[in-house]
Design a protein around this ligand. Sequence first.
Ligand SMILES: [Zn+2]
Length: 292
Amino acid sequence: MSESPAIACPLCQCASSPAFFAGGYKMYRCTACRAAFVHPMPDDLTLKRFYDDFHKSTGAGGWYDEIEDRMRDDFPAKVALIQKEGAAARLLDVGCGKGFFVKACADRGIDAVGVDLSETGVNYAKETLKVQAITGSLHDLKPTLGLFDVVTFWATIEHLSDPIRMLRDIYDVLKPGGRLFCDTGIGDDWLDRLLPGVAQWYDPPQHLFVFSRGGMIKAMEAAGFSVRQIVPGFDRTPLRRWVRKVRGAVLAGGLRFSAALGRMRSGTFTFTRYPLGNLMMVEAVKPLNGAQ
Ligand SMILES: [Zn+2]
């Protein structure tokens, strides 16, 4: 019998090996860039069904509202980060949801527009928050949007089955020298190496990728960007960042200990995921001489 062909990493094309089973999906880890990804990817219909439920209101059993509310606390720190090197004249927020980040930017004098697949989200942005927002995919909308100084893309890249395709679309709507800011859970950091696959990021089909630092750089470069900085453990204040780090380390140490006990006991050790993973904030630049 011939050996089955190695699964290529979608980010850097190197060989990957099976790493975890999670939620009925198989996850592989790239032997070179150390990113983890679902393989085979769920088909479009499965993802559509999942997101139809996900985007329902909290009362109807959805979870998106709650997640979006939690993310809002970080928005002022994110706007400040973007404005650190002078005001961004024109900003596009990809996956804007109900438009809270677009509003945070508009309040600081930025000409901000949001795009989102969710019509209810965009309607809320336009009617309630009175900000600019458009329904549709960036891929379809990009010929009509013009060019931007900054694109923001929060907590979304890990949900996509083809993240490089989306990064290329973002590249196309940036001016040369324009900046992309995104954030996502970080895999293969100290915490993940201590407790492989236990962070909440390993959660298919919601998350299809868990980016490592190296995998993020590969993905950005494949789309034409150069990575300017990756801030692991980004938080809105330095104090919060340290509190989270210490809490993560204590929790990880405790879990590691109980995992060791679990293995000593007979029977099955149950694999549980914990909300202790770290985030990374990525800033990438479209080169001044980049192809348009
Ligand atoms: Zn790779």
